[in-house]
Structures are given as C-alpha cells and as structure tokens.
Design a protein around this ligand. Sequence first.
Ligand code: FMN
Length: 187
Amino acid sequence: MNKRIVLGITGASGSIFGIKVFESLHQLGFEIHLIISKPGEKVIKMENNLTTSYFQKKGIYIYSPDEIEAPISSGSFKNIGMVIAPCSMATLGAIANGVGNNLIHRAADVTLKEKRKLILLIRETPLNEIHIKNMLKIARAGGVIMPACPAFYNKPKTIDDLVTHLTSRVLDQLGIDNNLTQRWEKE
Ligand SMILES: Cc1cc2nc3c(=O)[nH]c(=O)nc-3n(C[C@H](O)[C@H](O)[C@H](O)COP(=O)(O)O)c2cc1C
C-alpha cells in the first residue's frame, strides 16, 4: 500500500481528534502531508496548548494553507486519501461548493476528483439546513462524512479512550489495519 496521506486540521473544536489521527498515522509509518488552517492553529493552541512545531517530525511535510503550489494541489500526487479532522462548517461549505482557494479546500477537491477517499470528521452542533445540504453534496460526490461523535458501547473511561475509538474508525475508513481499540463483541 502507498503510505502517503494528506491530513487537514481546521478551526473546529476537537483539535485533539486531528492530533490523534496524526499521531496514529505517524506511528504506523505513514508519510503525512499536513495542512493546518490559521483558525486551526489558534484552536490547537487554545485546546491543547500546542503549536505547529509539535508536528515537525520525521516523514511529515507541513504546508501553509496559502501554499497553493504544493504537490498535494495536483491530482498527479499519488496518495491513499485525505482526512480533515476536525472539519469546520466553513471548510465543509468550501469543499461542498468547489471553492479551492486555500490548500485544504484544493487538496480535498483534488481528492474527490481523483476518486480517492476523503474523510471529513465534522464538528458542529446543532446543524442548520446549510450544513446538512453541504454534507449531502459531499456524500453524493463520494466523500465520507464522519461526525466527531464518539461511541460509548466499549465503556470509555478517559477522553483519550473516546478520541482513540473514533480515530480507529477513521483508519478503518481508509482501509488501514489497526488495533487502536477493542472492537465490539457481544458479551
Ligand atoms: C474556540 C473555537 C471553537 C470553534 N469551534 C467550531 C466548531 O466546532 N465547528 C465549526 O464549524 N467552527 C468552529 N469554530 C469557528 C471556526 O474556527 C471558523 O469558522 C473558521 O473560520 C474556520 O476556518 P477553517 O475551516 O479555515 O479552519 C470555532 C472557533 C473557535 C475560536
């Protein structure tokens, strides 16, 4: 399997989801091409007290959202797909409407046109009609809408348990074998 993946982190709450997806893919040896939006940077700082330097590790390529000339802007850049975690309603709207004027939106647009896997871990509540219509547009275009909505059936005890479980489901969607959490089995 090609081990290249594109990861976007936007300014929705729940930046811990993006961090966990990043850490899990990094541990599994993926070549991560990471873009963090400016609001994303602010929310990561507010919620986790981290800066972009945290993500500067071996095998990680970090782009600024205005670096539209980056390789991930082109469909010719082969990768297994793109995750946006968390995905704000602003980014959801931009993707749903084909607006490619920052690198996250453009890379997502390219992912859809190349028929690669696009996973949006959206976070907002409640949802208005515009959000729901945008989700439907993306689902119809082949994207996967995953609400950042943890499960409780495996009796989580910590926030990390909740976040790890959802991260495992994201990796499942990408077809990446993982044993991050225990899978459901009827007792
Ligand atoms: C602390 C904080 C939490 C936010 N939470 C959300 C959220 O959960 N969902 C959302 O859609 N926007 C949220 N926003 C607003 C987005 O950051 C804002 O719409 C921004 O323009 C998104 O841009 P981006 O998609 O380029 O990151 C939040 C903003 C802040 C400061």
